[in-house]
Ligand binder design. Structure first.
Ligand SMILES: NC(=O)c1ccc[n+]([C@@H]2O[C@H](COP(=O)([O-])OP(=O)(O)OC[C@H]3O[C@@H](n4cnc5c(N)ncnc54)[C@H](O)[C@@H]3O)[C@@H](O)[C@H]2O)c1
Ligand SMILES: [Zn+2]
Ligand SMILES: [Zn+2]
Length: 384
């Protein structure tokens, strides 16, 4: 089958790989009909995630058709059209039972932090991802969800990550009616977080990035304010000034390890790798939230140390909430929101690319070319 193949930082290509097989009675094999490239894939692509092995296939946002099921799978049948949450979760451990499907204790037993994630390095379990024609899906009765009849596949594929993550970013912010919410990052996640902040009653939503076309997109898509940090002396001062010197009630970090904007962080975090990515957006978030405010982090960082201003967290009484999104927990509500027209995820998709052109697709998404917001890869069999 065709599959994306990671060859080292900034190098990916399409290759022939062996077909996945059922390895456990609770597995299913899915024939992929859509997969996305995510900002999280860029951390892998840039070589920032430990134990990203040459030869691996990325892709944690995908939908497809059930091709084969293991002997213990009960809820799925061959031919079902399913969307597959990016987290791999057993559904039975203490963490899954709390709804923390991103922190499953069974799907990534070598690690104590994150659970299993499709196509996300051996740090996240070493599972092959969905930027391929076929993919093996473990615990098939837990994650995969039959796509409601009539739902646009482009909406369905964004329910595997972008919509739940944007929603959970706003949810973790504990937004109160009338709150000012500042979001660093105008990628798909930041834009979706801005959109969802209104659902929690925000009074003002401000997105900050450095890419002009993304700021324009955010303004139109999420009806928010949007500002370029390159045209500010200091983003923290900007947020203070615009909030009567109080600071924002809630700040969301939707950037993560690849943040730009501070030379020292870029050199130590992204070039020399002395810390687990650049913590620039997180710095700005902690310093621009009000005293007693909440910082919600969905931006992904490596598991080891970062230079974060922890003293300011203590002195300001900041609450920090962070996680990988718990897709399974949020899906029923978010499927309703899509079906009722409250959310329009497919509006984020700017690029539909044949899977065979995966290398170009990564370059365009990574370099922010061609007004790219979100890219969907379509395998040959889904194009017939
Ligand atoms: N927690 C989760 O479950 C989860 C799920 C999906 C994605 N993520 C993470 O969310 C983040 C955003 O994902 P995405 O797909 O939108 O990525 P993306 O790469 O498309 O967008 C990131 C944006 O941040 C901007 N940026 C860079 N430095 C900045 C700074 N200092 N301040 C403000 N903006 C800055 C970039 O210009 C870019 O537009 C990534 O870190 C990704 O790994 C987390
Ligand atoms: Zn993703
Ligand atoms: Zn579990």
């Amino acid at each position: 089958m065709l599959a994306m193949n990671y060859r080292g930082p900034l190098r990916v290509r399409i290759d022939q790989k062996p077909m996945p097989e059922i390895q456990h009675p609770q597995d299913a094999i899915i024939r992929v009909t859509r997969s996305c490239i995510c900002g999280s894939d860029l951390h892998l692509y840039n070589g920032l995630v430990p134990d990203t092995r040459v030869g691996s296939t990325f892709g944690h946002e995908f939908i497809g058709v059930v091709e084969e099921i293991g002997s213990e799978v009960q809820k799925l049948k061959v031919g079902d059209n399913v969307l597959v949450p990016f987290n791999i979760a057993c559904g039975k451990c203490a963490f899954c039972k709390q709804g923390l499907y991103g922190n499953c204790h069974e799907s990534n037993p070598e690690a104590t932090a994150v659970g299993g994630i499709f196509g996300y390095s051996h740090t996240a379990g070493g599972y092959a991802g969905g930027q391929a024609e076929y993919v093996r899906v473990p615990y098939a009765d837990v994650g995969p969800t039959v796509i409601p009849p009539g739902m646009d596949p482009d909406d369905a594929v964004l329910l595997t990550d972008v919509v739940p993550t944007g929603y959970q970013a706003a949810e973790m912010g504990g937004i109160q009616p009338g709150d000012t919410v500042v979001i660093f990052g105008a990628g798909p996640i930041g834009i979706m977080a801005a959109k969802c902040s209104w659902l929690f009653g925000a009074g003002r939503v401000i997105v900050i990035d450095q890419v002009e076309y993304r700021l324009e997109f955010a303004k139109n898509y999420a009806q928010c304010e949007a500002y370029n940090f390159r045209s500010m002396d200091d983003p923290v001062l900007f947020v203070k000034k615009t909030t009567d010197w109080m600071g924002a009630d809630v700040v969301i970090d939707a950037v993560g390890a690849d943040a730009a904007g501070n030379a020292m962080q870029t050199i130590t975090g992204r070039k020399l790798m002395l810390q687990a990515g650049s913590a620039t957006a997180l710095h700005w978030a902690i310093n621009s939230v009000k005293k007693g405010g909440i910082v919600s982090i969905v931006g992904v960082y490596g598991p080891t140390d970062n230079l974060v201003p922890i003293g300011n967290v203590v002195n300001k009484g900041v609450t920090i909430r962070a996680n990988q999104a718990s897709v399974r927990r949020l899906l029923p509500k978010l499927i309703d929101h899509v079906q009722n027209g409250v959310l329009n995820p497919k509006g984020l998709i700017t690029h539909r690319v044949p899977l065979e052109e995966v290398a170009d697709a990564y370059r365009i998404f990574s370099d922010k070319l061609d007004n790219c917001i979100k890219t969907v890869l379509i395998p040959p069999s889904a194009r017939i």
